[in-house]
Design a protein around this ligand. Structure first.
Ligand code: DOR
Ligand code: ZN
Length: 346
């Protein structure tokens, strides 16, 4: 039996949704993570500081009593976001960061941004006050192949933002391509990226093994093996620019197993086990703590957590629970296509 003790991790990108789903999924994150950045793409989205505060309360109410957890709230940027309003919400610590969804890029992103120029004054304010910008980095043009949308976003949009505002703290979220790893590595010190467990674990074949696999559909969509390898290399390297953001994104099974299934993979339940296995397979367990518990805090100027967790490798592989069940509804739990021997000591 192998055992490692590491600093308790943070998840720099989660979707908690709201209502009954929120109550069911929040404990799956809080059992292992000390803090998380919470996405604002609710229906309707979180547009104001006060909405974020009320949402934060609903999240805190769902945290089991014996656990400590800090949700870091985000605002959803639209072309109408007011820079004074945003600044005030940030100063009052109602929000931690702002999220840029190109309109139509993903789940509940219809009110996102069509024309980047319209939000440049807001981004300038953010650069001035040190507020982080989180980006869903995909263009939405129908003419652009869905597998190329991240690369084209980097070339056409991200490069422009980085050059205009080198002081802005930017997280390119859930990166999926080799090009993204290269761009972020070579970019200025304020540009970092998050990587999800599912993009580290799967390539695009996983969407089509023996039939269509809606539970492996997410956005940005899974890419070729060379890209998965590049992500693994970035995550397990000693670069401080790449860290964990799970993008755990619950949808009810009926919304996934459908003629028009939703994008999103719910991965919080076994996230740390899967990551430990992936890092172990790469002989890179020495970088795991840095990837899940240190680099993100450093980028966001937060202290690293004081608590620790213990990961144990046993000779028996883990048997995954298939679903998170609640109120006669269910959410499919992400399970990779390899055996996992690591678990978190309870
Ligand atoms: O797969 C995804 N699901 N990607 C996103 O960007 C959004 C998320 C969701 O909200 O379901
Ligand atoms: Zn997301």
């Amino acid at each position: 039996m192998e055992k490692i003790e590491i600093i308790k991790p943070d998840d720099w990108h989660v979707h908690f949704r709201d209502g009954e789903v929120l109550k069911a999924v929040v404990p799956e994150t809080t059992k292992h993570f000390a803090r998380a950045i919470v996405m604002p793409n609710l229906v309707p989205p979180i547009l104001k500081g006060n909405d974020a505060v009320k949402y934060r309360e609903r999240i805190q109410n769902a945290v089991p009593e014996n656990q400590q957890f800090l949700p870091l709230m985000t605002l959803y940027l639209t072309e109408k976001t007011d820079k004074y309003d945003l600044r005030e919400s940030y100063d009052k610590e109602q929000i931690f960061a702002a999220k840029l969804y190109p309109a139509g890029a993903t789940t509940n992103s219809d009110s996102g941004v069509k024309d980047l120029k319209k939000i440049m004054p807001v981004l300038e304010t953010m650069a001035e006050i040190g507020m982080p910008l989180l980006i869903h980095g995909e263009v939405t043009d129908n003419e652009i192949d869905v597998f190329d949308r991240e690369k084209v976003f980097i070339d056409q949009k991200l490069d422009f933002i980085c050059k205009e505002l080198p002081e802005l703290k930017i997280t390119l979220e859930h990166i999926t391509t080799k090009e993204a790893t290269v761009y972020v590595n070579e970019g200025n010190k304020n540009l970092v990226a998050t990587i999800t467990p599912h993009h580290l674990a799967l390539n695009r074949n996983a969407i089509f093994v023996g039939g269509i696999r809606p539970h492996n559909y997410c956005l940005p969509i899974l890419k070729r093996e060379v890209h998965r390898k590049a992500l693994l290399k970035a995550a397990t390297s000693n670069s401080t620019k790449f860290f964990l953001g799970t993008d755990t994104a619950p949808h009810l099974t009926g919304e996934k197993e459908s003629a028009c299934g939703c994008a999103g993979i719910f991965n919080s339940t076994y996230c740390l086990s899967i990551l430990a296995q992936l890092f172990d397979n790469e002989n890179a367990l020495s970088q795991l703590e840095s990837f899940i518990s240190k680099r993100g805090a450093k980028h966001y100027n937060l202290k690293i957590n004081k608590q620790k967790i213990i990961l144990i490798k046993s000779s028996q592989n883990l048997i995954f629970k298939k679903y998170l069940n609640f109120n006669e509804q269910k959410i499919k739990i992400f399970e990779p296509d390899f055996l996992v021997f690591w678990k978190v000591a309870e």
